[in-house]
Design a binder for this molecule. Structure first.
Ligand code: ADP
Ligand code: MG
Length: 688
């Protein structure tokens, strides 16, 4: 996606005219080119007026001394005219001065900003928040990706911190939220219908108890229509049989354990179909007959894994075409990620593949693993176990680490698909997601994303997938430094992280921050009946300290610890000892036995509409074993569809309870902050 280089800023007057056509109110104005004309215009408009510089080079007029407000007489108007001209000349001697705009002075109101820009991946994005000259200071803005519906506009208004100033702060009368909603909607329409608008902002939009008014407009246009990212095109998606080869050849297979070609071929030995090593220096590799070239292989070859140096790859691709190969996993690095020569090499490889209809995984990747089919084209040291998670990663190293962790003791993690996407020269995130969508083994999808190029298509596809399978995503680059690092190698917009978060919200993807979080959240969400319906939590514990910490963590991660209704407290009073805290978190005290916990869960499960999740927090003690705690949760999880989670803090002695809960598919944590963080991520889905 690119924008024409030829952009220009419309004058404030032209901006007002354009916005007015979309029912965004703007002040009356006149452009003048002499002090006398300014005074005459001001008299006609009616004092007081505001006078501002009109110059294409002056983007922030106040900074240049180009704005004077509250002009009350003809004399003042003439003086203001001259003052503005001389300030602007001093500020920028080269600025071309087109005149002075004399405007009706809008009465004071709440100053807001409405802006729009084109995101290279996600297309038109609008921004809304607290505005005025302090906009950078407030940094209180929300965004929406267009097109967006009424509900999304309403929630955008409510999501900013400054919403209190709109709804009526400290006894002030509320502002006209309906007008604001209409104006935002109109601004969206203005942006979508004017295809040559690259960027705009209305700052400030003054909002009153009744109505409002734009008092500045900056609109940047280009010559032709803006080019937007493409929509999802299902015809581009790889047919599923491409992932089901009957035979796989490894180009560059090796007997030398230090070579990638060794590990790749070794991992493929478990594949139940045919596997062929290709290497012109050997007759046998790892005990299997070796062929000097791909064409020398007698039978058909459906898939190849390529580990030979980049310069050789276009030639090999040509050979693949002749041989009728359908899919090439290009593990080799040294393509566009390296330099211009590498880029040219990659383009050539892709062109050849295209001409034969070969689809490419990579290059510059770890490869593809489909554990249910025992297909592992990577050089990870041990293949992961089959299971129901698809893990799609833009980092090969993270794939390696995740596979390693999944095989470590006590982990019961298995995968349906593991892929490192590499340079995505052909197959990209969408293809691998589409595979996971269609694959019957996959229950949930985890993405590790640095950058998505085709964001619009991504959202369209993810929206479909998340109707049946949850998608959890780690988006790298949330920090200032991370964004700068990402920008320096991808050239992406700063602030893009927020656009990703908004895109995820829009299409039902759950963002998380860490790998353990990703696995926990994916696991819980893949049991759809348990996904929390909201943020309301009840905490039941025998540990006062954890009750206090629960409040802190819950607040940090946006979990709402509800006040218990009196009826529930009354009911609990009938069986709890008189000194229980009668509050949520429910502290059943250190001597709490199983019966106390069961009693509370019994009451909760009979009142499921009052809460969305119940968290049992327990520590090692003699009255109650971790297995007993686990049993309580297991029994009551059969009696409610709400989410029940356990947190057993205390290390190894709690393990029997932890593994019992794990076996019964009940989310369990061994660290309290992680509980709330995970629940916070989960509730993201509930809010939509
Ligand atoms: P800048 O280019 O510096 O953003 P603006 O046109 O936004 O210039 O003017 C600066 C400030 O002056 C505005 O934020 C607003 O508070 C005030 N202002 C500008 N135009 C008007 C107007 N027509 N009525 C009332 N106040 C105005
Ligand atoms: Mg302004």
């Amino acid at each position: 996606m690119s924008t024409h280089a030829n952009t220009k800023m419309l004058s404030e007057a032209d901006g007002y005219d354009l916005l007015r056509r979309f029912n965004v109110p703007a002040p009356l104005f006149e452009i003048t080119t002499s002090p006398e004309a300014a005074a005459a215009a001001a008299a006609k408009i009616g004092y007081p007026v505001v006078m501002k510089i009109v110059s294409p080079q002056i983007i922030h007029k106040s900074d240049a001394g180009g704005v004077i407000v509250g002009v009350k007489t003809d004399e003042e108007a003439k003086t203001a005219y001259n003052t503005i001209i001389s300030s602007v000349k001093a500020y920028n001697p080269d600025a071309e001065i087109k005149g002075i705009i004399v405007e009706e002075m809008a009465k004071p109101g709440l100053e807001l900003i409405i802006g729009g820009k084109i995101d290279p991946a996600f297309g038109r994005v609008i921004t809304f928040g607290l505005g005025g000259t302090l906009v950078e200071f407030h940094k209180d803005v929300g965004i929406r990706i267009l097109p967006c519906n009424d509900e999304e506009i309403h929630s955008l208004i409510k999501q900013i911190k400054g919403y209190k100033l709109i709804s009526g702060y400290r006894g002030e009368a509320p502002k006209d939220e309906e007008f604001l909603f209409q104006t935002l909607k109109n601004a969206c329409e203005f942006f979508e219908k004017n295809e040559n608008v690259v960027e705009f902002d209305i700052n400030p939009l003054r909002l009153y108890e009744k109505g409002g008014c734009a008092v500045d407009a900056r609109v940047i246009v280009q010559d032709g229509p803006v080019e937007l990212p493409p929509h999802y095109d299902p015809s581009k998606i790889v047919p599923i049989d491409y992932y089901k080869p009957r035979s796989v050849a490894v180009i560059g297979a090796s007997d030398d354990k230090t070579k990638m070609g060794y590990a790749v071929f070794h991992n493929l030995l478990q594949f139940p179909g045919k596997v062929y090593p290709v290497n012109n220096k050997r007759s046998e590799i790892q005990g299997v007959k070796c062929y000097p070239t791909l064409s020398a292989i007698p039978g058909p070859v459906d898939m190849v894994a390529i580990t030979v140096p980049a310069q050789l790859v276009p030639g090999i691709m040509e050979e693949c075409g002749q041989k009728g190969v359908k899919m090439a996993v290009v593990i080799t690095a040294g393509f566009k990620e390296m330099d211009e020569d590498g880029r040219a090499l990659e383009n050539r490889m892709v062109e050849i593949a295209k001409s034969y209809g070969i689809r490419i995984v990579g290059p510059n990747c770890l490869g593809l693993i489909l554990p249910p089919y025992k297909l592992d084209t990577t050089y990870v040291s041990t293949s992961p176990l089959p299971g129901d998670l698809a893990f799609i990663s833009q980092s090969g190293a993270i794939v390696n680490a995740v596979v390693g962790i999944s095989l470590s003791e006590g982990s019961e993690m298995g995968y349906s698909e593991v892929v490192s996407v590499g340079n995505q020269s052909d197959l990209d995130f969408l293809d691998y997601m589409s595979y996971a969508q269609r694959d019957p083994h996959t229950k949930a999808i985890i993405l590790y994303i640095e950058e998505i190029k085709n964001g619009v298509a991504f959202m369209e596809m993810a929206k479909e997938i998340t109707k049946t399978k949850p998608i959890v995503a780690i988006k790298a680059g949330s920090s200032q430094r991370g964004q700068a690092a990402a920008a320096s190698h991808t050239g992406s917009l700063s602030g893009a992280y927020e656009v990703y978060m908004e895109a995820f919200r829009k299409c039902g993807v759950t963002p998380v921050k860490t790998l353990p979080g990703a696995f926990k959240v994916a696991k819980i969400l893949s049991d759809v009946t348990r996904a929390p319906k909201g943020r309301r939590a009840v905490v039941i514990t025998n540990a006062g300290g954890f009750a206090v910490l629960s409040n802190d963590y819950a607040e940090t991660w946006g979990i709402e610890i509800i006040d218990l209704p009196k009826e529930l407290i009354d009911e609990m009073n009938t069986f709890l000892p008189p000194f229980w805290n009668k509050n949520n978190p429910i502290d059943l005290l250190g001597d709490a036995d199983e019966a106390r916990f069961r009693g509370v869960f019994d009451v909760l499960c009979r009142n499921p509409d009052l809460w969305d999740m119940a968290i049992l927090v327990n520590f090692p003690n003699k009255v109650l074993s971790p297995e007993q705690v686990a049993r309580v949760l297991i029994d009551y999880s059969k009696k409610t569809e709400n989410l029940l989670v356990g947190t057993l803090v205390g290390g190894d002695c709690m393990k029997p309870g932890v593994s019992l809960l794990t076996q019964h598919n009940i989310p369990v944590f061994e660290e309290l902050e992680f509980t709330y963080r995970t629940l916070g991520h989960l509730s993201w889905t509930a809010d939509r």
